[in-house]
Ligand binder design. Sequence first.
Ligand SMILES: Cc1cc2nc3c(=O)[nH]c(=O)nc-3n(C[C@H](O)[C@H](O)[C@H](O)COP(=O)(O)OP(=O)(O)OC[C@H]3O[C@@H](n4cnc5c(N)ncnc54)[C@H](O)[C@@H]3O)c2cc1C
Length: 399
Amino acid sequence: MRLNAMNQGESCDVLIVGGAAMGSAAAHFLASTPGFRGRVRVLEQDPSYQRCATTLSVASIRHQFSTPENIRMSMFGSAFVANIGAHLALDGQAPDLGWHEAGYLFLASTAGLPALQANHATQRAEGAQVQLMDPVALQARFPWLRVHDLAGGSWGQRGEGWLDAYSLMSAFRRKAQSLGVVWQPARALALQREGRYITGVRLEDGSLIRCGTVINTAGCGAAALARTAGIDLPVQARKRCVFHVRSPARTPGCGLVIDPSGVYFRPEGDGWLCGVAPPEDQDPPAEDFEVTHQLFDDLIWPVLAARVPGFEALRVVRAWAGHYDLNLLDRNMILGAHPDIDNLLFANGFSGHGLQHAPAVGRALSELVLHGRFRSLDLSRLGWARVLDRRPLPELNVV
Ligand SMILES: Cc1cc2nc3c(=O)[nH]c(=O)nc-3n(C[C@H](O)[C@H](O)[C@H](O)COP(=O)(O)OP(=O)(O)OC[C@H]3O[C@@H](n4cnc5c(N)ncnc54)[C@H](O)[C@@H]3O)c2cc1C
């Protein structure tokens, strides 16, 4: 860790820009490292957290990825969440994250079956408890599912489900604050760079915070911040809409189901959440948070009505839009330092599956700050090298 040598003005050892899931997790893991005495400060431009991806997330965890590192990070994430009291209890009180271990069910048509089987082999090799099912087994396990056009499915038996994202973020934040981390409601305007170092961060009010290490966990604001230090971070915001629906249908034992079309649904309260990514040619960089209701009428409803008897009577009770921080290269995160700057760490481009990776990413960032390398889980393939060499490490299971 490069400690901050300056004494004049405001200063800290580690300055984290963006205090949602990733920033809070990083702050927690740093502050809870035995023997760590550094001063950690988190800058958050919106203390209400109304528009960050964390709050607007579908907040689900799956082990069913195609990239081994993502599988491992999710396995760490679900174990962390299931045992939250051991990590984030305050005054003996474990946070209530509303963790539902209900599984994911990826469905495949004949065309999609080879990819499902290849991903399954990767997941099993990493230790995930996933089961391939043929249509007969699917029908027996999920009698409410229409399977006539399916060639198979992959069911997560352990460690997959959903939780309350805001509660997880708050639990990280409160624990970090109890360990001395300072949260400052402020917007970082620019990184002040001198050669290979960031010496400070300029705030919107004109003040400067000098720091030893900066961590960029600014979500969809990360690319703009990186640009102020001359770094081109290939991450852009993309709108994703979520619809909360009700219907007379009954779906006992339902987890998060991903139809071969890409439409997903999962139970939520007395209804279901559902959504779909728009076609790529109708997915421009996002600025607004207006819900695209046409997606429900044109893409989601027809698929759900055909897949589950009773879903023809779906009624939307509420809907919202959030932003994915999409890594344009390969839909995988960019984690670690850029080779041109020694004391600026990135954790960006989560492309819609970052919440479940927050515990693993927080831990990884603390290791990079304190030891300059990954110690628990080698995530070096997710670093800048592949981005600069234009060697994508594509994640195939992006929902
Ligand atoms: C609709 C939707 C569904 C999703 N579903 C899932 C899911 O089921 N499972 C899953 O794992 N992931 C899911 N995700 C993705 C997940 O929510 C994100 O990957 C994760 O929350 C990213 O966390 P973050 O802290 O990096 O970014 P964010 O939560 O976006 O937080 C970034 C923070 O940085 C702050 N900030 C930005 N710029 C500045 C600045 N200049 N100065 C100070 N502060 C700044 C922002 O105010 C914000 O609070 C979903 C996302 C969306 C939008």
